[in-house]
Design a protein around this ligand. Sequence first.
Ligand SMILES: Cc1cc2nc3c(=O)[nH]c(=O)nc-3n(C[C@H](O)[C@H](O)[C@H](O)COP(=O)(O)OP(=O)(O)OC[C@H]3O[C@@H](n4cnc5c(N)ncnc54)[C@H](O)[C@@H]3O)c2cc1C
Length: 354
Amino acid sequence: MGGSGAASVIVVGAGVFGLATGLALAEAGLKVRMVAETVPGRTASGVAAGMLAPAFESVLDPPTPQSLDLLRASRDLWLGLAGRLGVALDRSGAAAVGPDAWVQDLQAQLEALGLEVRDAGRAEMQTWTPGLAPQFGRALVTLEDWRIEPQDALAAMAARLRELGGTVEAGALSDRDLADSPGPVVLATGADQRLSALAPELALLSPIKGQILWRADRAPPSRVIRTPGAYLLGSGGGLLAGATMEAGRADLAADLQAQASLRGALAGVIPLLPPEGWETRVGVRAASPDGLPLAGASVRPGVFLAVGARRNGWLLAPLVAEIVTAAVTGEDGGRWARRLDPSRFAPGTGEVQA
Ligand SMILES: Cc1cc2nc3c(=O)[nH]c(=O)nc-3n(C[C@H](O)[C@H](O)[C@H](O)COP(=O)(O)OP(=O)(O)OC[C@H]3O[C@@H](n4cnc5c(N)ncnc54)[C@H](O)[C@@H]3O)c2cc1C
């Protein structure tokens, strides 16, 4: 596979969308040349928490409640992908901890979506993390939500792509560099819009800056904890707490003022967590008008899109990779391809529903 006689494809971008798509194309037998300005691990994909969370994202992220089946379908694709990559998939689930009324509301919403949840009492909650605020007497646990360690998965995807004959090069490509490309070009360029002259659909994307906090001096919780306005989990041997959603911002500056509500939310769930001593990591998400990715052919012949991951890029990467690979190879993209088709925003086109 990927030998000298194989058809070639250029993938621009080495975040989780670019790498997952490049890998799927290489597995389909194409020779993949990946070019990325920023090395794997240093973009939004590298700062992300790695939650694969169809359940809590369906009720905590406004654009996603109608997308539960799609989110679950992509999560399930991680079973095979993580296995092929040899990276661990944490399937211990996630818990909601917060005021009773908030937990009850989440429970009602999750059950209305047909999702199974169970109650956990105070004794069990204290085994997850020390210092939980005493007023929280019960939590809600779902096994629907999984997690992957982003840095491990990015490194494994890049290594596997190279094993399959693909290349990963550093560099920025312009629309002029790509305009006369003899083979297909896949744009997995995240929130970056410099290639809009090549694929006008990129202009549909808007940035959402995200700041996430990490520290090594506190024991991480043994499972993902969701609380109003924040989440906590273990990553890289430390405690990761996220994340801000700063719509319209694309800068990478650490901004203490914008972190204030996140720090407040953390203090609400673990009061003894010191407000100082956090390392700030920043990434920029790209959001389409309906919150779902643009996956498939651009109006520009020969150009394909794998962008618009919003806050669920890790969760959605395997499904996007499958759909884009089918579009490039001329196969049927499956059940979700129309829902993510970039042409759904073309003038006169009603938004496609599942
Ligand atoms: C704080 C935070 C927490 C998150 N937590 C989660 C989570 O728990 N679960 C989840 O599913 N998602 C999460 N996300 C969202 C997820 O990280 C993103 O949706 C996803 O990483 C986007 O991946 P991407 O490949 O589209 O873009 P990126 O990772 O931004 O990669 C874009 C790539 O394109 C390259 N590029 C752009 N333009 C050019 C050019 N002209 N030439 C060459 N290269 C170019 C860049 O260098 C880079 O390699 C989080 C995001 C943030 C910010």
